[in-house]
Design a protein around this ligand. Structure first.
Ligand SMILES: [Zn+2]
Length: 325
């Protein structure tokens, strides 16, 4: 827009009704969100941008499409933009992504997110799982010092599936059942005293299965606190890890004032409370929801759409820089 034209346009604000100004403000806010999204996608990669097809580093600028800079690789001739090869590649309506990430921060259902962002429920569903793909895969650094581990259970759910694959989930040995006929999905929650947290879906609660998931999360010389389930005794003995089992059944909660599993249990309660709003999560999406909650919980009061979007983009370095400054 030319400067004179813009000046006239600004003057016309005076003649607008209150309702018109409200509408304008809404449009500008939405546009600001879209600008932020584009900035975050393009940011900090110019000197390190490589071809996602051949990892070549000699690139031409190749015009713009969907507001993003396109590049062409001199080696393989492919064209791409900053989203190519990420979980968010080829998704449309970038002007609504900031609002969508806001809905993710608030932790609302697929349907509510669709209404608040003005997209269809199908789009909202698709976006949810694309936006969560990277956070769900993100692994915490190795745990240090005193580490607490405990299992929790989620009711198996085939929500949203028309053909119930009831016979399908019988791999990995014994099914985990706890007193009910309904299948319970075990999740191992591990947390150290620095707040690093991981939670993983288990096939079962055998020592072999828990050990496979747990041991890679631990640094050397950790002290592991558990509820003393025999599997943990076996794992810690085999891996030569110091184990401090708390005998909850005997009313013991803390050993020597420091060894307990109250942090991991508190995390579990927060997770369960947060999950309740979704009225049951389909088991096949459970890992995504666990990753989502880890992200929200980790950021605590500092959670913003910008930070969550950086995680969705897989820009973990920029994410780390922002949360440590
Ligand atoms: Zn290339």
């Amino acid at each position: 827009m030319k400067a004179a034209e813009f000046k006239d346009w600004i003057k016309s604000i005076e003649r607008m009704s209150r309702g018109q100004r409200d509408k304008l403000r809404e449009r500008l806010e939405r546009k600001a969100g879209a600008d932020t999204i584009i900035e975050l996608i393009e940011q900090g990669q110019n000197d390190e941008r490589i071809c996602p097809y051949c990892q070549g580093t000699k690139l031409y600028r190749w015009g713009k499409a969907s507001e993003l800079q396109r590049y062409r690789c001199r080696h393989c001739n492919h064209t791409f933009n900053a989203l190519t090869g990420t979980a968010l590649a080829r998704l449309r309506h970038k002007d609504k992504w900031f609002d969508y990430e806001q809905a993710m921060v608030q932790g609302v259902s697929v349907r509510k997110a669709a209404v608040s962002c003005g997209v269809t429920t199908n789009t909202s569903f698709k976006w949810r799982h694309r936006f969560l793909r990277t956070p769900a895969l993100h692994q915490s650094p190795k745990m240090n010092g005193i580490v607490e581990a405990d299992e929790m259970y989620f009711l198996e759910s085939f929500k949203g599936q028309h053909h119930l694959p009831r016979a399908a989930r019988k791999r990995g040995g014994k099914a985990a059942k706890r007193g009910t006929s309904k299948e319970q999905i075990p999740v191992l929650v591990v947390r150290d005293r620095h707040g690093e947290t991981d939670d993983c879906i288990l096939h079962d609660t055998s020592a072999e299965q828990i050990g496979t998931v747990l041991i890679p999360l631990l640094s050397k010389d950790v002290i592991l606190c558990t509820d003393g389930m025999p599997a943990y005794r076996q794992i810690t003995r085999n891996a030569r890890i110091v184990h401090r089992p708390v005998n909850l059944a005997a009313g013991q909660r803390v050993i020597n004032d420091v060894y307990h599993i109250q942090n991991v249990n508190a995390y579990g309660s927060r997770l369960r409370q947060w999950m309740a709003r979704f009225h049951g999560v389909a088991t096949r999406y459970l890992a995504s929801y666990l990753g989502w909650h880890r992200m929200i919980d980790r950021l605590g009061q500092n959670v913003t759409p910008t930070l969550c979007f950086l995680m969705s983009l897989g820009k973990t370095r920029q994410f780390q820089q922002l949360i440590t400054t």
